[in-house]
Design a protein around this ligand. Structure first.
Ligand code: FAD
Ligand code: SF4
Ligand code: SF4
Length: 500
C-alpha cells in the first residue's frame, strides 16, 4: 500500500489518502513463488481419517492463505484461467486474497462460479487450473483450489453469501429436471434473472451425485444442503420423489412451463459380462456409494452393501473406483484391493486420490484384469475373482496402449464383496421421456444444437446427459450456459407473443 500525504490547505486539516495500488506495486507484493514453497491445508493422518467419513483436508489459516495466494505470478496470459472450465478470474481473486481483501475476492470468484466452495474441494485441479499454472514447471503450482475453498468458506462464515436476489420478478416459468450441479447452477442463474424455477428430482433428496455419489470425506453433505437451502430461500421450488417420465410426463412439463431443462445425468453402469457375474456379492459402484451416503445421512445401511469385516475387490481405475476403495476402508473392510488393467501412470483417476487411497492402506493390483467370478463352495455367493496379468501393447487410435493379456498369468484373489466401477453410459432418454422426437447421439447422450437447445422446441439439456460422465465443474458451466440461453429464449419468445 502507498500512502500519500496531501499538502495542507489553509481551510482544511491535512488528511491521509490511501492511493489504489498500481500494477507495479501489486506485482511486487505477489510473485512470491521463488521464496515460498507451495503448501496445502493440513491433511488428517491416514489412520485417523480412515475411521470416519469426515473431510480429510483442513483449512488454511488467514496468514497461510494470504501468503500462498501471493505466490501467484499474475501472468499476462493466465493458463490457469484458460484451463478452468468456468474461466474463473483466478489471478484477480488471488491478488485480492493476498491483499486481505477477501470480500472482493469472493465477489470476483462467485461471479463465474455458482459453487466455488464445492469446486475448491473436488475439482481434479492437477488436470485443470493447477496443472496448467505456469510456475508448475520448476516451482510447484499455486494452491488455487484450496484458496478458492478458503475464500468461499470465509464468505459463508462472514455472511457474504446470500440467496439469489433478482432485480425484477418475471412471469416466465422454467422446469428443471434433475438437481445435480447442472440443474442447481441453472436454477441459481435463472432465479437471479427473475424467472420462476421449479426443480423436479426423482430422488428423495436434492443434489444429484453431489449428495448421493461423491463420498462425504471429499465433500461434506452439509455444504450441498446449505446451497439448496439458499436457493429455496431465493424462491426456487424443489419437488422431490418426482421422476419425470413416471410421476409426471415431459409433455405435461412442456405444456405447463415456458421452458424445460433436462439435467438428468447418466446412470447406466458399465459391466463386464464374465463367468459368475450373477453371484451374490457383486455390486455396481453407485449402488454401493449411494447406500453408504444414505447411511451417513441417517438412513439404514443394507448389510449386503456394508464392507465391514469383508475382503473387498474394486474393479476399475477411475475416481469412482477410488471413492469405493476409500469408502470400504472406512466401513472397516478386512482388506481392500483395487484391480486395474493399466498401470498407475495410465489410470484415469486423479493421482491425488490414488495417493490418498494408498496412504489409507488400499492394495493396488496394477496391470490386472478379471476373467471370472468364483463362488464359495457350491453356493451362490462370490468367494473369489479369477484374474490375469496384462501387458500394455501398441498404441491404438485413441492414443492409449492396448491392454493385452499375458499367457499363463492367471491368479485368484479371494473376495467377499466385489464392486464394479467401470464407468457410466447414458440411459435410453427417448424412452424415459416418452418421445422419439428427442434426438440423441450414437452414444445415447442428448443431442443439442445451437448451444444447449435440444431437438424439442423449448427443451434444453445440460451436464452429464449431454457430455457423458464428466466433472462437477463442467456440469456447473453447462448449467450456467443453459440458463443464459433459456433467458434469451424466453425473452425473444415473450417479444414474439407480444407482437402477435
Ligand atoms: P447428476 O449429478 O447425476 O444429477 C442428475 C440428477 O437428475 C440426479 O439427482 C438424478 O436423480 C436426477 N434425475 C435423473 N433422471 C431424472 C428424471 N427422469 N426425473 C427427475 N430427476 C431425474 N466430479 C468431480 O468434479 N469431482 C469428483 O470428485 C467427482 N467424484 C465423483 C464420484 C462419483 C462416485 C461419481 C459417480 C461421479 C463423480 N464426479 C466427480 C462426477 C460428477 O459427480 C458428475 O459429473 C456431475 O455430478 C454431473 O452433474 P449433473 O448435474 O449433470 O448430473
Ligand atoms: Fe480450479 Fe475447479 Fe476452481 Fe476452476 S473451478 S479454478 S478448475 S478448482
Ligand atoms: Fe498465477 Fe499460476 Fe495463474 Fe499464472 S498460471 S496467474 S502464476 S495461478
Amino acid at each position: 500500500m502507498v500512502e500519500k500525504k496531501l499538502p495542507a490547505r489553509k481551510t482544511a486539516k491535512a488528511v491521509n489518502v490511501v492511493a489504489a495500488p498500481t500494477p507495479t506495486v501489486i506485482k511486487a507484493a505477489m510473485q512470491r513463488f521463488t521464496k515460498l514453497s507451495k503448501s496445502m491445508p493440513t491433511k488428517r493422518g491416514a489412520s485417523s481419517r480412515g475411521q470416519d467419513f469426515n473431510e480429510i483436508y483442513g483449512e488454511f489459516n488467514p496468514a497461510e492463505a494470504q501468503a500462498q495466494a501471493a505466490r501467484c505470478a499474475q501472468c499476462g496470459v493466465p493458463f490457469c484461467q484458460v484451463h478452468c472450465p468456468l474461466h474463473n478470474n483466478i489471478p484477480d481473486w488471488l491478488m485480492l486474497a493476498a491483499s486481505g481483501r477477501l470480500e472482493e475476492a469472493y465477489q470476483v470468484s462467485q461471479a463465474t462460479n455458482s459453487f466455488p466452495e464445492i469446486c475448491g474441494r473436488i475439482c481434479p485441479q492437477d488436470r485443470l487450473c493447477e496443472g496448467n499454472c505456469v510456475i508448475e514447471t520448476g516451482f510447484e503450482s499455486v494452491s488455487i483450489g484450496a484458496i478458492e475453498k478458503y475464500i468461499t468458506d470465509m464468505a459463508f462464515e462472514q455472511g457474504w453469501v446470500t440467496s439469489p436476489e433478482p432485480r425484477q420478478r418475471r412471469d416466465s416459468r422454467v422446469a428443471i429436471v434433475g438437481s445435480g450441479p447442472a440443474g442447481l447452477a441453472a436454477a441459481e442463474s435463472l432465479c437471479s434473472l427473475g424467472h420462476q424455477v421449479t426443480v423436479f428430482e426423482r430422488a428423495d433428496r436434492v443434489g444429484g451425485l453431489l449428495i448421493y455419489g461423491i463420498p462425504n470425506f471429499k465433500l461434506d453433505k452439509s455444504l450441498v444442503t446449505r446451497r439448496t437451502e439458499l436457493l429455496a430461500a431465493g424462491g426456487v421450488e424443489f419437488k422431490t420423489n418426482m421422476a419425470v417420465g413416471k410421476e409426471i410426463s415431459l409433455a405435461e412439463l412442456r405444456s405447463d412451463y415456458d421452458a424445460v431443462l433436462l439435467a438428468t445425468g447418466v446412470y447406466r453402469a458399465r459391466t463386464v459380462e464374465l463367468v459368475g457375474r450373477s453371484l451374490e456379492g457383486i455390486v455396481p459402484a453407485l449402488d454401493y456409494l449411494i447406500a453408504n451416503n444414505r447411511a451417513g445421512l441417517g438412513d439404514r445401511l443394507e448389510k449386503s452393501l456394508d464392507a465391514k469385516g469383508k475382503r473387498v475387490i474394486v474393479i476399475g481405475g477411475g475416481d469412482t473406483a477410488m471413492d469405493c476403495v476409500r469408502t470400504a476402508v472406512r466401513q472397516e473392510a478386512k482388506e481392500v484391493t483395487c484391480l486395474y488393467r493399466r498401470d498407475r501412470e495410465n489410470m484415469p483417476g486423479s493421482q491425488r486420490e490414488v495417493q490418498n487411497a494408498e496412504e489409507e492402506g488400499v492394495h493396488f493390483e496394477w496391470l490386472s484384469a478379471p476373467e471370472g467370478f468364483m463362488a464359495v463352495g457350491s453356493g451362490s455367493r462370490v468367494g473369489a475373482v479369477a484374474a490375469h496379468r496384462i501387458h500394455l501393447g501398441v498404441v491404438d487410435g485413441s492414443g492409449r496402449q492396448v491392454p493385452t493379456p499375458i499367457a499363463d498369468s492367471r491368479f485368484i484373489q479371494e473376495a467377499d464383496l466385489v464392486i464394479e466401477a467401470l464407468g457410466f453410459d447414458a440411459e435410453d432418454f427417448a424412452t424415459e421421456f416418452g418421445t422419439r422426437d428427442l434426438a440423441v447421439t450414437r452414444s445415447g447422450t442428448i443431442q443439442t444444437r445451437e448451444g444447449k437447445a435440444t431437438s424439442l422446441p423449448g427443451v434444453f439439456a445440460a451436464g452429464d446427459n449431454v457430455r457423458g460422465a464428466s466433472l462437477v465443474v463442467w456440469a456447473i458451466r453447462d448449467g450456467r450456459d443453459a440458463a443464459t440461453e433459456i433467458h434469451s429464449y424466453l425473452q425473444s419468445h415473450s417479444r414474439s407473443l407480444a407482437a402477435e
